[in-house]
Design a protein around this ligand. Structure first.
Ligand code: PLI
Length: 462
C-alpha cells in the first residue's frame, strides 16, 4: 500500500454500455482450425478466435452517439443529409475543399491512382502499403520507397521513422525527371514500418520540395489523427497544440488525401477522397459513379456516413488519443520489460514483433512472421497478422519475391474494444511463444493468389 501513496492513475475517457462475449477454444480445436486455414490467420473463422488483433480496421467500438447517428440515416439515393454532415466534418477537421465518400480506403486509392498516375510514372512514398502499392501498380505506376533508412531498422528509436528522406526524392528526380513523378504518396503513422509517425518539419519540407518541382503531394490520411498525437508529444513547439489543430495544419501542406475511415475514424466501414483542386475533383467525381456509387454516397449507406461524421469529431479528441495510444504502449512496454524483440519505438496502432529476432534459425523464405502468427494463435487463440515477406508480394515486372528488411508480426489493437487485462493476457501468450521459440519450424506456401497474396495464401509446415 505504501508504494501506492500519491499515485494518480488515468483511465479511458469512456465506460462500457454493451458487451460481446468472447469465445475460448482448446489447443486441439485451434490446431484443427489452423490446419483448415492453411496457417493463414486471415482464413480463420472469427468464431475460433479469442482476442482478435488481426487488424484495427473496421474493428473499433462505436460510441452511443455514433449508434444514435445510425438511426438518423437518410437513405436517399441522392443528396442524403448524412453526406453533407460527412462533407462538413472532413472540411472542418482535415481542411480539404472537395469531398467524395468511398466504401473504404482502397476504393479511394483506386480512383486517385487511376486519375493521378500516367502509365510509366513513378510514385515515391514513405514505405509501401499493400493496397496502396497494388493500385498504383494497376494504374501503370512504379512505387519507389523514399522513407528514411531508420524506418527499416526495427531497433532504431528515431522519433519520426515515417519521414521521407528528401535526398532520395532528389535522386529520383535526377534519375527520371520531375515529369515522370506522378505525386508524392505520404502516409501518416506508417503502417508497415510499425505505425511510425511523420514529423511536421518533414511535411513542411516536402511541401517546399513539391512546389519547387511542380509535383503534387497527396496523403494517406488513414491514421493521420494518430500521427498528430505523436507530433504533439514529440515535436518541439507542438505540446500546447491540440490533436485537432495539428491534424489540420498537417493536411494544410498537402494537395489532397485518401482515407480508410475504418481506422482513426471509429467506424466499421467507410472512406473518402478529398482534394482542393476543382478540375481533379471533377474527374474523380465522374469516375466515382462507375466504381463506388453516386458522389453523395460512394458505396456507403446514409447511416454509415452519419456514424463516420460523428466518429471523425471523436477521433481527434486529445483524451481519446491519449488512451488509444496509451493502451498500445502499455502492451509494448510489458513485452519490452521481458526482453521480447519489438519494433522501436512502439507505434500508433499496433505492437510489431520482430520475427527475425524470434526465429533466427528460419530463413525469410520460410515465412518467420507467418510462423509467429500461427504459434501465437495455437498458444492462446489470439489472432495477429503477418507483415513480412508474404505481405510484400512479388515484383510485378520480375516476378521475384519482394524481400523486405522488416519481417514482423503485428498485434493490432482495435479502438475502445479491449481492456488492460486483455493486454496482460496477450503479453503473457507472446512470452510463452518467445520461450518456445527454438522449436518453431518454417512454412512453405502451397497456394499463392495473384494480387495481395497474404489475404488468401495457404501454407504448410516444413
Ligand atoms: O482497408 P481499406 O480498403 O479501408 O484501406 C486500405 C488502407 C490504406 N492505407 C493504409 C495505411 C491502410 O492501413 C489500409 C488498410 N489497412 C488494413 C486493412 C490493415 O489491417 O492495416
Amino acid at each position: 500500500m505504501g508504494q501506492q501513496f500519491g499515485r494518480r492513475s488515468w483511465a479511458e475517457p469512456w465506460k462500457i454500455k454493451m458487451v460481446e462475449p468472447l469465445v475460448t477454444t482448446t489447443r486441439g480445436q485451434r490446431e484443427r482450425a489452423l490446419l483448415e486455414a492453411g496457417f493463414n490467420t486471415f482464413l480463420l473463422r472469427s468464431d475460433d478466435v479469442y482476442i482478435d488483433l488481426l487488424t484495427d480496421s473496421g474493428t473499433s467500438a462505436m460510441s452511443d452517439r455514433q449508434w444514435a447517428g445510425m438511426m438518423l440515416g437518410d437513405e436517399a439515393y441522392a443528396g442524403s443529409r448524412n453526406y453533407y454532415h460527412l462533407e462538413a466534418a472532413v472540411q472542418q477537421y482535415y481542411g480539404y475543399t472537395h469531398v467524395l465518400p468511398t466504401h473504404q480506403g482502397r476504393g479511394a486509392e483506386h480512383l486517385i491512382s487511376r486519375v493521378a498516375i500516367k502509365p510509366g510514372q513513378f510514385v515515391p512514398g514513405n514505405m509501401y502499403f499493400t493496397t496502396t502499392r497494388a493500385h498504383q501498380e494497376l494504374a501503370g505506376g512504379t512505387f519507389v520507397d523514399v522513407i528514411i533508412d531508420e524506418a527499416h531498422d526495427p531497433a532504431s528509436s528515431h522519433p519520426f521513422k515515417g519521414d521521407i528522406d528528401i535526398a532520395k526524392l532528389d535522386a529520383l528526380v535526377a534519375r527520371e525527371g520531375a515529369d515522370r513523378i506522378a505525386y508524392i504518396s505520404l502516409a501518416g503513422t506508417v503502417n508497415m514500418a510499425g505505425g511510425q509517425p511523420v514529423s511536421m518539419a518533414n511535411i513542411k519540407a516536402l511541401r517546399a520540395w513539391s512546389d519547387r518541382h511542380g509535383i503534387k503531394l497527396y496523403l494517406d490520411a488513414t491514421r493521420l489523427a494518430e500521427n498528430a498525437f505523436f507530433i504533439q508529444e514529440r515535436e518541439p513547439g507542438y505540446a500546447s497544440h491540440s490533436v485537432a489543430q495539428i491534424l489540420r495544419e498537417f493536411c494544410g501542406y498537402s494537395d489532397g488525401a485518401w482515407m480508410s475511415a475504418k481506422k482513426d475514424s471509429l467506424v466499421n466501414i467507410g472512406g473518402w477522397l478529398a482534394v482542393n483542386d476543382f478540375a481533379l475533383f471533377e474527374e474523380l467525381r465522374n469516375l466515382i459513379v462507375l466504381y463506388e456509387g453516386l458522389h453523395t454516397y460512394g458505396g456507403l449507406a446514409g447511416r454509415d456516413m452519419e456514424a463516420l461524421a460523428i466518429g471523425i469529431a471523436e477521433s481527434v479528441q486529445d483524451d481519446h488519443m491519449r488512451s488509444r495510444i496509451g493502451q498500445v504502449r502499455y502492451l509494448g512496454e510489458l513485452l519490452e520489460d521481458w526482453g521480447i524483440p519489438i519494433v522501436q519505438p512502439v507505434g500508433g496502432h499496433a505492437v510489431f514483433l520482430d520475427a527475425k529476432a524470434f526465429y533466427p534459425h528460419l530463413r525469410q523464405e520460410e515465412f518467420p512472421a507467418q510462423v509467429l502468427a500461427a504459434e501465437l494463435y495455437l498458444d492462446s487463440g489470439i489472432r495477429s497478422m503477418e507483415r513480412g515477406i508474404a505481405s510484400a508480394g512479388r515484383d510485378p515486372k520480375t516476378g521475384e519475391h519482394h524481400v523486405p528488411k522488416l519481417e514482423l508480426t503485428r498485434l493490432t489493437i482495435p479502438r475502445r474494444v479491449y481492456t488492460q487485462a486483455h493486454m496482460d493476457v496477450v503479453a503473457e501468450s507472446v512470452k510463452s511463444v518467445w520461450d518456445a521459440r527454438a522449436q518453431a519450424r518454417g512454412l512453405r506456401m502451397t497456394y499463392e493468389p495473384k494480387y495481395l497474396r497474404f489475404f488468401q495464401a495457404r501454407f504448410e509446415r516444413l
